[in-house]
Design a protein around this ligand. Sequence first.
Ligand code: FES
Ligand SMILES: [Fe+2]
Length: 420
Amino acid sequence: MTTTISAQSLLTRELLARRRPGYSLEAPFYLSDTILQADLEHIFGKHWIFVAVEPQVPEAGDYITVDFGKHSILIVRDDDMQVKAFHNVCRHRGSRLCASQKGSVGNIVCPYHQWTYDLTGKLIHAKHMGDDFDPTGLGLKPVHIRSLAGLLFICLADNPPEDFEQMAAEMTPYLMPHRLMDCKVATQVDIVEDCNWKLTMENNRECYHCVGNHPELTVSLYEYGFGYQPDAQNAAGLKRFEDILASNHARWESMGLPSAEIDTLDDRVTGFRTQRLPLDRAGQSQTLNAEVASKKLLANFVDPALGGLSFWTQPNSWHHFMSDHIVSFTVLPISATKTLVRTTWCVHKDAVEGVDYTLDNLTAVWNATNAQDRRLVEESQIGIATGAYEPGPYSPFTEGLVEKFCNWYVNRLSALTKTA
Ligand code: FES
Ligand SMILES: [Fe+2]
């Protein structure tokens, strides 16, 4: 075991040390099982990972399970309506407790010998264990969990990064007006991409590829919102976009909706970025006609044209908050070359399917975009695996956030493997 860890550290450290800024990562970062183990141990094991939204567990006893790497995590709402997280592993002989992805329980009962835990994780029943049996200390192993305005983040480390609090303080005013806690999950779609998780994330951090690949998404997204090289041809369009941006920001701020960009993607342990951007055409929502998908607006909104508040977190999520719905994405590694992308669409809890919204209309843009992105990242994975790949240069105009993702990743892994 010691030899394995040491070999892992050596290879990983060597690759990290020779990373060339401004260029994509070397092939082993996308192919190697050793690097994946380092990613799971240090990136997914020691940072705040976005895993779910509170509306997935609306009632006491509702649970979900979230699996990544070797981990299975049980997230449950207890009788005091607090959301708790545990390792989904029985304290008797280690059976997985809940095999389903979601459900509802009174207590958590192990299917093997029926050891029974309450919703706070306490062992409350274990038959045939004798009169001297002491259940104290045999409660479910807790996992740190925090809700940021309804977005659930877990951390597997004993001592999670403390700067989550800073992110929460800065982001709460942006997110809270949309009242995710008063939403329901309209639908959730899982896709498995045949690529390394970092390719999925890097692809998310640029829109260089959007015009050429995402006809549905670019109905509502302004081309200029995600980086551009200014030139004579786009000067007029750019000026128009900047005017729209300035007037919308002033309008949103006056409505109590913070809109200014915050970017801490590569200078904090819990790195994130946010910005509220106007949407094109009807300006309301990420739909095929840029009009709201749900007639029942979120919170107490009356104006549907609130643009899109985006929130990106390191290492594994992004979210778009609009006036009528919220769409969240979580990225979880399955293996070095397989990645789960889980997309969750939330609408107001009183919105009625078929009356206020249809699932087809609500999900059309991101189902199409996810399928297009899946092809893009899988083609990247194939190209990188050929052996002809070598790191290529990022665009200084459109790939700055990809560079920040890689900076964060390389810096965090370097810092943590130094001490491993
Ligand atoms: S392994 Fe869970 S009760 Fe035995
Ligand atoms: Fe994309």
